[in-house]
Design a protein around this ligand. Structure first.
Ligand code: FPP
Ligand code: MG
Length: 298
């Protein structure tokens, strides 16, 4: 099913008749295609569903091109990022090309779907900005964290599920809520993997979030579980490169306080709620996507 989506993206890039864009696209690793899988599972693999999946994956790819510039990331999915290979300007401009190509195609899918996806992209952009603003200092504001990951990550997954339901003539609301929960849980798991996995598995530097200034859920929970001295030590590590000894201390403290289990349980509860919504709709195909998402290690 996914091959049809890859072919559709290739076609859209080829239609630009621009050798540079084709070459840059060739350098982009495809990723898990979670959003495309979700759309095809809900809406089947007819031409409109394939087109919607291709559009959403192109928007996602564009957002990561921009995000890697904003985060000054050298690696994406184990390969040098486009900004590392060709510089920030190229990454931004190529992101714009993918993003506007996707939006041109979106017009053909009708107003409700176009509105859903376009609204999500605004949320994505606001979420990225919130992430940057929240990274200025260490914080323990769970509400702010949850709102930010909803905007930054879940909004597009929510819109993907909602649009796929609209395309398939299904009730959009339960699918929207499924997508929202799945998206929030997805980002929580991402934030856990940053702490538990190594660079080889992640395809990007390990325990990078805290040194980038990002106070993710595991760090909020850890801070609240630590005694004063531990809290001071954690605060001192915020926003700077973390050495092997401090990394080990963080891992050991997280282990001691059961932080990873707690975060995984929080993500798991969102997934259970999402699956219950789908069970009520008689939708059987989405269980595997949700389970794979929480059980992944990269
Ligand atoms: C990754 O977060 C970033 C996102 C999911 C959203 C980025 C959104 C934008 C840059 C705005 C939208 C722009 C366009 C062109 C559509 P992360 O840095 O936590 O994850 P990472 O570790 O995978 O980089
Ligand atoms: Mg990033």
């Amino acid at each position: 099913m996914l091959e049809a989506v890859e072919r559709k993206i290739d076609q859209m890039v080829a239609a630009l008749e621009d050798a540079d864009a084709r070459e840059l696209y060739r350098r982009l690793p495809a990723g898990k295609r979670l959003r495309a899988r979700l759309i095809l599972t809900i809406a089947g693999d007819g031409p409109e569903a394939v087109k919607l999946a291709a559009i959403v994956e192109m928007i996602h790819a564009a957002s990561l091109l921009h995000d890697d510039v904003i985060d000054a990331a050298e690696l994406r999915r184990g390969r040098p990022s486009i900004n590392a290979l060709y510089g920030d300007k190229t990454a931004i401009m190529f992101g714009d090309v993918l993003y506007s190509t996707a939006f041109t195609q979106l017009v053909d899918l009708g107003r409700p779907i176009a509105r859903s996806i376009a609204t999500a992209v605004t949320r994505l952009s606001l979420g990225e900005r919130r992430d940057v603003l929240l990274s200025r200092r260490f914080h323990t504001d769970r509400e702010a964290y949850l709102e930010m990951i909803y905007l930054k990550t879940a909004a597009l997954i929510e819109a993907a599920a909602e649009s796929a339901a609209l395309l398939a003539g299904k009730r959009p609301e339960p699918y929207r809520r499924y997508g929202r929960n799945l998206g929030i849980a997805f980002q929580m798991i991402d934030d856990v993997l940053d702490v538990t996995e190594d660079e080889a598995t992640l395809g990007k530097p390990a325990m990078h979030d805290l040194s980038e200034g990002k106070t993710t859920l595991p760090f909020i929970d850890l801070y609240e579980a630590l005694e004063e001295a531990g809290q001071k030590r954690l605060l001192a590590l915020h926003g700077r490169p973390i050495g092997a000894e401090d990394r080990e201390w963080i891992r050991e403290a997280m282990e001691r306080h059961g932080i990873v289990e707690r975060c995984r349980a929080e993500a798991g509860a969102l997934i259970a709620e999402a699956l219950e919504l789908m069970r009520r709709e008689g939708e059987t195909g989405l269980e595997q996507i949700a389970r794979k998402m929480v059980e992944r290690n990269s």
